[in-house]
Design a protein around this ligand. Structure first.
Ligand code: ADP
Ligand code: DP6
Ligand code: CO
Length: 359
């Protein structure tokens, strides 16, 4: 290692992903192992994404992190697990131009500064933890020259936030729950790449960008402890739906895709209601968006738009093609008129909200 002061840094950008068959419930809280498989679609990296810069220098006296410009603590087990796993796999790094040489063992002594920014609301049900931890693990792996394939990296990102394991791949992604106690087979796999079904257009209707009252982590813990519907869903419902969803994606069967996506989102929110005390992630605006889409799909005879809501009130709408997406945007603007028109791509839908095209 060179003795003079230097800084080496890497910046990465990672998209968020939205589950069409939801993960909700852990069988192991520490390793973050789920009670069922899940399937998601990864958004276009230029739209809803996290950008993270990781820097290493002998001048740094401790690990530090800033999220959206504010310093946050890295003492939580999720951050510590990701840092430990990546550090233990670090390789030799050489920057000839700067005259820097870092050996495998040096990484244990060197400290990191991490700055991360989400270009969309954090902790509002748009999977910021997914993009955030995937980007953290990916950027650290690049900085430390970690020689692991994306599936191994996904198992590390999973220990930051379950949904993060799916953001290391584009297109449609499945997170297999696995059966091993150590979680080594609980990894993400790509089902189809982003070109496979590129007619689809995803529109995010941000109903509220406020931070949710119940985080995904504590919400699903309460559901596991109290909801019988969750047990039934994980054992009886999701395994069949996963197979059907894989088939629908393979065949680009929009009717089946929509039926499965909408019904799974609704069942996930039903599990939240079945939790004691009940958790309300959707609000009146979310419900009105569901009614609008349901009515439209029925009046057309064949589904045009699928909807899904994560742990928050914001709608993720998947239109079958660009033409339908344009009609959908017009409909949303008519029924939920914008309160501000400063940005052509941003509209207010509910309280303090924007509407973003992301596909
Ligand atoms: P969301 O629905 O946005 O995923 P969660 O409750 O699952 O909400 O997770 C939010 C938490 O994820 C934040 O409080 C923070 O701890 C973590 N997080 C969000 N963005 C990042 C990021 N860019 N880097 C690291 N951690 C992040
Ligand atoms: C509703 O991955 O945010 O978005 O693993 O505790 O960090 P932790 O939870 P998180 O939960 C996501 C829940 C969901 C569904 C999904 O993304 O599959
Ligand atoms: Co999350």
């Amino acid at each position: 290692m060179a003795t003079e002061k230097w800084v080496l840094m890497v910046t990465a950008q990672t998209p968020t992903n939205i589950a069409v068959i939801k993960y909700w419930g852990k069988r192991d809280e520490v390793r973050i192992l789920p009670v069922n498989d899940s399937i998601s679609v990864t958004l276009d990296p230029d739209h809803l994404c996290t950008v993270t810069t990781v820097a290493v220098s002998p001048a740094f006296d401790r690990d530090r992190m800033w999220l959206n410009g504010k310093e946050i603590s890295l003492s939580g087990s999720r951050y510590q697990n990701c840092l430990r796993e990546i550090r233990s796999r670090a390789g030799d790094v050489e920057d000839k131009e700067k005259g820097i040489k870092i050996g495998k063992e040096d990484w244990k002594k060197l400290h990191l500064h991490i700055a991360s920014h989400n270009n969309f609301p954090t902790a509002a049900g748009l999977a910021s933890s997914a993009a955030g931890f995937a980007c953290l693990v990916f950027s650290l792996a690049k900085l430390m020259n970690v020689d692991e394939d994306p599936s191994h990296l996904s198992a590390i990102a999973r220990q930051g936030s379950g949904s993060a394991c799916r953001s290391l791949f584009g297109g449609f992604v499945k997170w297999t729950m696995g059966s091993k106690e150590d979680g080594s087979d609980s990894v993400a796999v790509q089902l189809a790449d982003e070109k496979h079904w590129d007619d689809l257009v995803i529109i995010i209707a941000v109903v509220s960008s406020r931070q949710k009252e119940t985080s995904s982590t504590s919400g699903m813990r309460e559901s596991v402890e109290t909801s019988l519907l969750l047990q039934h869903r994980a054992k009886e419902v999701v395994p069949k739906r996963i197979l059907q969803m894989e088939e629908a994606i393979k065949n680009r069967d929009f009717a089946s895709f929509t039926q499965l996506t909408c019904t799974d989102s609704n069942q996930f929110h039903a599990v939240c209601l079945d939790t004691s005390p009940p958790i309300f992630y959707m609000n009146d605006t979310s419900h009105r968006i569901i009614s609008l889409v349901e009515k439209w799909n029925r009046s057309e005879g064949t589904p045009q738009v699928a909807y899904t809501f994560d742990a928050g009130p914001n709608a993720v709408l998947i239109a079958r093609n660009r033409k339908v997406a344009v009609q959908l945007l017009q409909g949303l603007l008519y029924y939920f008129p914008p309160k501000s028109d400063t940005d052509m791509k941003s509209y207010v839908v509910g309280d303090n909200s924007i509407l973003k095209e992301a596909g």
